[in-house]
Design a protein around this ligand. Structure first.
Ligand SMILES: [Zn+2]
Length: 146
């Protein structure tokens, strides 16, 4: 069920929430990055030359007993100084490159795993709306960007 006029006061800086969708046990937050530029990881120079966009998905800490998934549209930029180099911006406040969960969720799940071990930790994580399964997202893929 889409929620009209989504607004969240605790959204990480650099993200704009476009949509919130919830069902009985889960919340999907669709957002995009807002920075005007990104820095090349090789030379450190800022670029505003957008090459393309794509979607990243992050699990996050639960909210009101609902598993939270962020779907963030991030951009690839062309570097003005490195010939032919294309790089992706980070999703601010969520996770490292190629991460599938936020840093804060990874920290909590690691703590649970260290204390309880594999299967008991996975059961507790599911009970706390932080499933550790790598079976893919429960949410359908987003439409292609305009
Ligand atoms: Zn560069």
């Amino acid at each position: 069920m889409p929620i009209s006029n989504p607004s969240m006061p605790l959204v990480p800086d650099g993200l704009h929430v476009e949509d919130l969708t919830r069902d009985g046990t889960a919340l999907l937050i669709t957002a995009r990055t807002t920075a005007a530029q990104a820095s090349c990881r090789v030379c450190g120079c800022a670029s505003t030359r957008v090459h393309s966009t794509y979607w990243r998905t992050f699990g996050d800490l639960p909210w009101q007993d609902r598993a939270v998934t962020w779907r963030v549209q991030v951009r690839r930029f062309r570097c003005s100084h490195c010939p032919g180099r294309i790089f992706a911006e980070r999703a601010p406040g969520l996770g490292a490159r190629k991460a599938r969960r936020s840093d804060r969720l990874a920290e909590v799940q690691t703590d649970i795993g260290m204390v309880l071990g594999g299967e008991p930790g996975a059961r507790l994580s599911r009970r706390l709306a932080m499933p550790v399964s790598g079976r893919g997202s429960r949410w359908p893929s987003p439409a292609s960007p305009p």
